[in-house]
Design a protein around this ligand. Sequence first.
Ligand code: FES
Length: 144
Amino acid sequence: MDPQSTPSTQRRQFLYIILGGAAAAFAGLAAWPVWRYLLPGRKADLEAKIPVARREVPLGRAFFFNFRGQPAVVLQPAPGQFVALSAVCTHLGCVVQWFPDKTEFLCPCHGGRFNAEGQVLGGPPPKPLTLLPLTIEGDQILVG
Ligand code: FES
């Protein structure tokens, strides 16, 4: 210990250490979500098939879900026939919505329209919605 340090100086140094530790811990907590966002996904996560229960996709309806960090949709346009698509519009990336009465997807941003297979029906989208592979295993639809 410094022979010239007084109790006041020691108290100040102690407070600096405590405040420095608290500031470092706070900075770490604040930076963690940013770090996780910037990290690429683990290979296993990027290759995993995403299960969707068949009961979530009744005839003519769409079920939206998160597919590897992107919005996606499964729908059943005909009995027992399932289609999985990216729900990201191919124009400028808005998320499309399903309109069961029209049996088409509509993009809310610029009016792009897609049929149940993701083909462009109208509007500015330059190409179809991305088709996602799927398999049926029992009561599960496995997308990916
Ligand atoms: S982003 Fe979908 S039509 Fe423009």
